[in-house]
Design a protein around this ligand. Structure first.
Ligand code: S3P
Length: 180
């Protein structure tokens, strides 16, 4: 049984956090961001979580956060880019509602993630190579979870929100939702 939320999945830099806030505003829904919930639970920022408990420790916290979302309704859920790596997470996310895979070209993703250094997985000798490899490793997982795919390479945030609203309307069988 699926809970009627909208879940945004996608690689780092695909725009999940920004789009989730704007989409929630449009729909008058709540918004949560699993990265922020993990940080709240740990009392640490993501780079510090990776430094102290490693990626495996971060993934455990992430799964606990996702499992804790079972009761949310009318909520836009933004997720971390690696959330789809765990089979349990993939199942939990699908139960949460309509799942949207936000994508963008590797060049655009790289340009966006290069603006800050808060992503431990990309602090490598060759971040572009790492990005390409992770994308390839994860593509199939995103596909498994996604009810629909939105490519934001050439779209404004507003256009992305328009598209997701329209697709969600078809999925949930809504009447037209006003824009704004
Ligand atoms: C990760 C993506 C990050 C964050 C963590 C790990 C990943 O979230 O969860 O750094 O494995 O792709 P964003 O996709 O919001 O950057």
């Amino acid at each position: 049984m699926e809970a009627g939320n909208i879940v945004l999945i996608g690689f780092m830099g695909s725009g999940k956090s920004t789009v989730s806030r704007r989409l929630a505003r449009r729909l008058h829904w709540d918004v949560v961001d699993t990265d922020r919930l993990v940080e709240e639970q740990a009392g640490l920022g993501i780079p510090d979580i990776f430094a102290s408990v490693g990626e495996a420790g971060f993934r455990e916290l992430e799964t606990r956060v996702i499992a804790g979302l079972r009761a949310v309704r009318r909520t836009v859920v933004a997720t971390g880019g690696g959330v789809i790596l765990s089979g349990e997470n993939r199942r939990l996310l699908r139960e949460l509602g309509f799942t949207v895979w936000l994508t963008a070209s590797p060049d655009v993703l790289f340009e966006r993630v290069s603006r800050n250094s808060d992503r431990p997985l990309l602090q490598s000798a060759n971040p572009r190579e790492t990005l390409d490899r992770l994308l390839e490793e994860r593509r199939q997982r995103y596909t498994e979870v996604a009810d629909c795919v939105v490519d934001s390479t050439h779209l404004s945030h507003r256009a992305v929100v328009d598209l997701i609203t329209a697709r969600a309307g078809q999925y949930f069988g809504w009447e037209r939702v006003g824009s704004g």
